[in-house]
Design a protein around this ligand. Structure first.
Ligand code: 4AD
Ligand code: MG
Length: 550
């Protein structure tokens, strides 16, 4: 678009609004030809671009009085006798563009319709809610919406109501903002991994279809074709053996890390958990990291702390975070459903003191002492074998973290999966622990879980044996399988085989190195920073027990 010259000469002047006081006059129905001189056709811009270029500066903005076109949905419509006002949003900004129309132009316009509107981007007199408005010159209704049936109205919709319409709630201002926030986090996470130059992180794409239950918690979804049973009644095993949707990409990341050194992924994860809580989904995203030549838990927790601080800081510096903080200032009643002081929450993550580390054993002592001193009451009495319940985690984060995150390390071996390495610190005879950690954030608690991996073949196979992960062969001497028994795998007994996890043991059999990693619950993390307490209101299409609507 070339430079625009020529003076603005309103062809007809109409005063509205505070006309009685004569405070300002609005110029309407200005001929585009006269207005624009050389500007033959409007430039199509996203709402965010228009607002960005219209920020208050000294003198007129670059778009002032120019002809622009917006494409979006009618978020709200107000028809008056002499004018109509339409708010157009296109998912690029929390703010919508206010369009001023004649009653004739607005005749067929309805809330929810998709429209393309061209007009003059005209500055408003001081004191108005918006700095500019679009004086419509051309209206094109691209996709009609029947207002009698369109479920999204101007009024406040409760989160419960919107959950029934996940496909349409995406069109509400706050949900639209959440989509942009998530996108920004992914971009900034990618930048952050690239910025660790000395570590040379590679982003990888592990499979979603797996052979094993990585976490061993039995929460896998089995994958079968719809026509798994033929008409003749035979069962067709599509992959020849049972396959599952992944519960964690960790095992495959370990294979990647063995070659690439340091890897990360952000991928969907599936768990058939029946937990009916706002913190659990059946399908969620996990950001997972695996690092080779890593042999101390301190380095791992140090890395997690830096990653989280830096990712938060990076997103904090972007417009979408500022939009989020500004949401509390808008008149959208949804603001009351989100956490009240988000910026403080972000700053605590970015700028707070180093996050405390406490071993599981000390955490249990702390909880038991609090009970004994009458400072705390728990539904589940804290015990070394009982693990940490949410109420225990909350108490730890409140009393030890004091508003900041807390790492709990070195959990009992008995409550953790087979792949974890023993703790670096020696454990007492009956209190065997593993080199692992959970990161607890204030209010939501566990957001990251990670560990050093058992990288030695013999102890790994012993762990698999202890967890019942080895397959037992038919012990009869004349069994055909006896032939295989001659082909032994190191450290297996004669009647044992590794089955579908042999590939994982192979990583230790040949060229193993100390390594470790973690998984960050991406939805929990974003939910925390967005101030949305239920993942069902954060994830656009939530899947949980009993629900996977569309
Ligand atoms: O603690 P988890 O189960 O750890 C693992 O799966 C490891 N294999 C990861 C690794 O080391 N690569 O899960 C990691 C995180 C949790 O801390 C939690 O934030 C999140 O994933 N998470 C869930 N988020 C939403 N819904 C669920 N059902 C979740 N289960 C775990
Ligand atoms: Mg965990």
């Amino acid at each position: 678009m070339g430079p625009i010259s020529g003076r603005i000469r309103p062809v007809r002047v109409v005063s509205v609004g505070k006309q009685a006081t004569g405070l300002y006059r609005r110029y309407l129905f200005t001929s585009p030809a006269r207005l624009n001189g050389q500007q033959a056709s409007p430039i199509t811009l996203r709402c965010a671009q228009i607002f960005e270029q219209s920020k208050t500066t000294a003198g007129p903005g670059p778009l002032d009085n120019k002809k622009v076109r917006v494409q979006g949905h009618v978020r709200f419509l107000r028809k008056q006798k002499r004018f109509a006002f339409a708010h157009i949003s296109d998912g690029s900004s929390l703010q919508s563009i206010q369009v001023v129309l004649t009653p004739e132009q607005a005749t067929n316009l309805t809330q929810g319709a998709a429209v393309e509107i061209s007009g003059i981007w005209q500055p408003c007199p001081p004191g108005k809610q918006q700095s500019h408005e679009l004086q419509a010159t051309e209206i094109n209704i691209v996709g009609e919406a029947d207002p009698a049936t369109y479920p999204i109205q101007k009024k406040f919709h409760t989160p419960d109501f919107l959950r029934q319409l996940p496909h349409l709630r995406l069109r509400t201002p706050f949900n639209s903002l959440l989509s942009r926030l998530r996108s920004e986090f992914i971009y900034q996470a990618t930048q952050e991994f690239r910025s660790h130059h000395n570590r040379n992180f590679v982003q990888v794409q592990p499979p979603l279809v797996t052979s094993s239950d990585c976490e061993g918690a039995g929460e896998v979804f089995t994958l079968k074709p719809r026509d798994a049973v033929t008409e003749a009644g035979e069962t067709v095993d599509f992959f020849r053996s049972p396959k599952y949707l992944t519960v964690s990409s960790q095992l495959h990341l370990e294979a990647y890390a063995a070659e690439l050194g340091n890897v990360w992924t952000l991928s969907p994860t599936f768990r058939a958990e029946k937990s009916d809580t706002p913190r659990h989904l059946s399908e969620f995203y996990m950001l997972e990291v695996e690092m080779s030549y890593l042999d101390s838990l301190e380095s791992l927790t140090g890395f997690v702390e830096t990653l989280i601080r830096n990712m938060t800081q990076r997103v904090y510096n972007t417009p979408v975070a500022q939009e989020l903080f500004g949401f509390r200032e808008t008149d959208d009643p949804t603001k009351d459903t989100i956490h009240a002081d988000l910026e403080k929450r972000w700053k605590a993550l970015m700028e707070g003191p180093s996050w405390p580390r406490i071993t599981y054993s000390k955490a249990i002592d702390h909880l038991q002492d609090a009970v004994a001193a009458g400072q705390a009451k728990f539904e589940f009495s804290p015990s070394w074998t009982g693990g940490l319940q949410l109420e225990h985690e909350k108490f730890l984060v409140d009393t030890i973290g004091k508003g900041f995150p807390v790492f709990v390390t070195d959990y009992p071996k008995a409550v953790k999966p087979f792949y974890m390495a023993p703790s670096n610190t020696p454990s007492s005879e009956n209190k065997e622990t593993v080199a692992c950690f959970d990161l607890l954030l204030p209010e939501i608690c566990e957001v990251v879980g990670g560990s050093l991996r058992e990288h030695r073949l013999s102890p790994l196979i012993q762990n698999m044996r202890d967890h019942g992960l080895l397959k037992l062969r038919d012990p009869t001497p004349d069994s055909s399988l006896r032939v295989d028994a001659k082909v032994t795998y190191p450290h297996l007994l004669a009647n044992e085989e590794l089955g579908s996890t042999q590939w994982y043991a192979d990583l230790r059999r040949w060229g193993t190195v100390p390594h470790g990693g973690f998984g960050l619950g991406f939805d929990r993390f974003i939910g925390y920073l967005a101030g949305v307490s239920s993942l069902r209101d954060l994830v656009p299409f939530p899947r949980h027990f009993g629900r996977a609507d569309c």
